[in-house]
Design a protein around this ligand. Structure first.
Ligand code: SF4
Length: 581
């Protein structure tokens, strides 16, 4: 990855602060361009709202004398020689020298130095940049907005030496192109904005139980990188869940044909023939799904894009046709790894075994939990097929085993429906068919899988993958192969489970379908009911089988996509499918 990791750019002083806090955080933000917002980030933005507006003049170095008073905001300064750049919040003058003032939220810490080291290093680098541009700067100030305290930081020889050394170390790390390991059980992590991306405790746990810290070289296809068995022992005690269990924002679905979507202030308004029929505040939207003939105004499109809210364009039947998303994720390093790994047959086979094995285990679990009057061979047959997966030697062989497992599973699928008092099955279902689905249960399954695909596309895009390049599903024009790969283990747990729920709860019945020739489709009311049930399922908290904490299924999708990313970058030896117990 040398070519990628060469960093001719100047390192921002803010990034040096991150390096001192945690080298991994620096690498994620500066090299991989990961970004996330948490409460600390929002509070930081708030305290900077005024100082981020450039104001005031700064004379050239030779014109700064003891008589010149300077007060400027948001001053950008850089130095090729130092290899750094900074935006100084406030620049003041003091008797012929310049004083950088850095604003921080919160109160001044009770420390002999008066400030945390990352903050002192950051302001010292600002002073060094001033010096490199010919100014005199012997001290800086950290201003804590919480208690309105100014802490003076002297640029002592010791601090200057340490700042220069840390800058050199940070640059060396960026050039080395190797993501440092996560901190272990650190109290820094709960406050880190990237904790949901970094997954420190999760990775440490997987590395500990698998007994390895693999490198990128051993991660692809080498047997040394671990067996294909999908099980990783669950944590003995619950791992810290350092990010929210679920997303508070909503997925918005618009199905009304001929509807238009426009913007009213900061609200997305859904209109039918010009009349508002619904509205949702933009900041509450996590994704927008539009089915069929729905129009979106240019203003709404821009507002959604600016807030990085993906728009999923689906056919009326639910097939994903296009995604409008912000420019691709900046983590090009991950996409390079994805392309390298996809070209490695051994890696593809190993991952495919984990995915297919996970799907068969979860299918069996669903049948075992919900099937009525199940013949004993139903479950044993799935166990035998799961064992065959472990012994598979090619993707084609796995496809055959997966097909057999699906036939077995769907043969007993209707045993999971509650029988009405007359003991007659509510729907006649004998097996899976599609394109088009020829009976109501197949219509529901197809709709469920199409919703699951688009959900996985959102998850893998958010992590930085190319959704069209898979490992098990081979590339084909327009097929989001990676999303199809990752959804395998969730087909039974999410899509099939929703189908069973809406039937058993009586939410959808025989009158909710339209027969057109061979094809059967859901009527609009049933689609709405199904989407609501699907969203309820995604929002439902589930215990992660390896990490032991509770998270929503939607969050699990993201965690699994991140675990795959960490497998590709060599941080964990293998992908661990989500298999409930
Ligand atoms: S979560 Fe912890 S280990 Fe990960 S980047 Fe943040 S501080 Fe570093």
């Amino acid at each position: 990855m040398d070519a990628l990791a060469t960093t001719p750019e100047l390192i921002p002083a803010r990034m040096l602060n991150e390096y001192v806090y945690c080298p991994r955080l620096f690498y994620l933000e500066y090299v991989q361009r990961e970004w996330a917002t948490n409460l600390d980030v929002l509070q930081g933005r708030y305290v900077h709202r005024r100082v981020d507006q450039a104001a005031g003049r700064v004379p050239r170095a030779e014109a700064v004398t003891a008589e010149v008073a300077i007060h400027a905001r948001s001053v950008e300064i850089g130095s090729e020689e130092l290899g750094a750049v900074a935006v100084i919040d406030v620049l003041e003058s003091d008797d012929g020298q310049l004083v950088p003032v850095d604003y921080k939220k919160g109160s001044a810490p009770d420390l002999p130095e008066g400030a945390w080291e990352p903050e002192r290093i950051q302001v010292c680098l600002q002073g060094l940049l001033l010096r490199a541009n010919g100014y005199v700067s012997n001290y800086g100030v950290i201003y804590y907005v919480g208690d309105k305290t100014r802490v003076r930081v002297e640029f002592t020889p010791a601090l200057v030496t340490r700042t220069k050394q840390l800058l050199a170390d940070a640059r060396a790390l960026a050039v080395a192109g190797s993501l440092p390991p996560p901190l272990v059980n650190s109290n820094k992590c709960p406050r880190c904005s990237l904790v949901g991306i970094c997954l420190p405790d999760e990775l440490n746990h997987v590395q500990q139980v698998t007994g390895s810290r693999p490198t990128a070289e051993t991660a692809h296809g080498s047997d040394k990188a671990g067996s294909v068995a999908p099980d990783v022992a669950p944590a003995r005690r619950e791992i810290r869940r350092l990010f929210p269990a679920r997303d508070d924002n909503k997925a918005v679905y618009v199905q009304g044909q001929g509807y238009t979507l426009g913007l009213r202030g900061a609200t997305l308004e859904i209109r039918d023939k010009g009349q508002a029929v619904d509205a949702v505040r933009l900041f509450e939207v996590s994704q927008l799904n539009i089915f069929g003939n729905v129009q979106l105004s240019a203003q709404a499109l821009r507002a959604l894009a600016s807030q990085e809210i993906p728009i999923l364009h689906l056919s009326y039947g639910g097939w994903l046709q296009a995604v409008t998303a912000p420019p691709p994720h900046k983590n090009i390093e991950l996409r390079c790894r994805q392309f390298q790994a996809a070209a490695d047959p051994a890696f593809c086979l190993k991952l495919a075994k984990a995915l297919v094995g996970g799907k068969i285990r979860n299918s069996r679990l669903l049948l075992r939990r919900n099937g009525r009057r199940l013949p004993p061979e139903a479950l044993s047959q799935l166990v035998a097929l799961r064992d065959l997966v472990e012994r598979g030697t090619s993707l084609a062989e796995l496809l055959g085993v997966e097909g057999s497992a699906a036939r077995e599973y769907f043969r007993y699928f209707s045993t999971m429906f509650k029988l009405p008092p007359d003991d007659a099955p509510p729907f006649d279902f004998t097996g899976r068919n599609r394109r088009p689905p020829k009976d109501p249960i197949n219509a529901l399954l197809s709709f469920g899988y199409s919703l699951l695909v688009k959900e996985m596309v959102v998850a893998v895009l958010g992590v930085g993958f190319d959704p069209y390049l898979g490992f098990y599903h081979q590339p084909r024009y327009g097929r989001p192969a990676l999303a199809l790969d990752l959804m395998e283990e969730f087909r039974p747990l999410v899509a099939d489970s929703v189908v069973i729920t809406v039937i058993n709860n009586g939410e959808i019945g025989p009158d909710d379908f339209l027969q057109r020739g061979e094809a059967v489709a859901l009527l609009p009311r049933a689609r709405k009911v199904f989407i609501e049930a699907f969203e309820r399922r995604l929002d439902q908290l589930v215990t992660h089988p390896v990490f032991g904490y509770q998270v929503s299924y939607r969050r699990v999708f993201e965690i699994q996509a991140r675990l795959l990313a960490r497998t590709l970058t060599g941080e964990i030896p293998r992908y661990i499918p989500f298999v409930t117990r």
